[in-house]
Design a protein around this ligand. Structure first.
Ligand SMILES: [Zn+2]
Length: 200
């Protein structure tokens, strides 16, 4: 039985596109409207590809399902530069395909980091994120200290931790909703990876 071999390209927005995908002509269609762009984001996955649906892709249907489950449910696939969850499954599929076919370990990069590498402003992006992350961590620590020091009796624990907790939640919202990971640890780890493999 012959399989459809995927092959990949990266578009101007840093999105990995499979050239064997049944919607490939739509993905690369020039002059898409805003609505069509939104539509493309929705269907830019193996799940909408006819080759997946009839199980004739190089990656068996069951394996694609498992990869997508791991991507969506757990944080198995993270960007090596910012620590964010990879939001597009084709980025992961490309990495797995190159590993299986060529034995090359391709680093997983989210679209934002890919874009910053291309524009050569990753270090700027890193410094901005680090500054915000350190600033918010300091606000959390200061908020805790101030609320403990100034806590009047009777000690209202709930009120005193409300402010730091709300900042932590704010960081989580930024991470999930806006793909802005503000964990100082992840940011520093990503910079080390950048210095080792990408810095020219
Ligand atoms: Zn990233």
């Amino acid at each position: 039985m012959s399989f459809i071999e995927p092959s990949f390209e990266i578009d101007t927005k840093g999105r990995v596109i499979c050239q064997a995908h049944s919607s490939y002509p739509f993905f690369v269609m020039p002059g898409k409207t805003h609505y069509q762009e939104v539509q493309m984001e929705k269907i830019l996955t193996c799940k909408t590809c006819k080759h997946y649906q009839v199980d004739e892709c190089f990656f068996p249907k069951s394996e694609i399902d498992k990869i997508e489950e791991d991507r969506a449910e757990r944080v198995s696939f993270k960007c090596v530069l910012c620590g964010n969850k990879i939001d597009r499954m084709l980025t992961i599929i490309q990495m797995l395909y190159i590993k299986q076919r060529k034995g090359i370990d391709l680093p997983l990069l989210c679209c934002i980091c890919h874009e910053t590498l291309k524009k050569k402003n990753f270090e700027e992006y890193y410094e901005k994120r680090l500054f915000i992350a350190v600033f918010l961590d300091l606000v959390i620590i200061l908020g805790l200290i101030v609320s403990i020091v100034t806590m009047p009796p009777p000690y209202d624990i709930i009120n005193s931790i409300l402010f730091p907790v709300s900042i932590i939640m704010f960081k989580q919202i930024l991470k999930k909703g806006f793909q802005l990971n503000l964990s100082v640890r992840d940011i520093r780890k990503g910079k080390k990876f950048y210095d080792k493999f990408f810095k020219s």
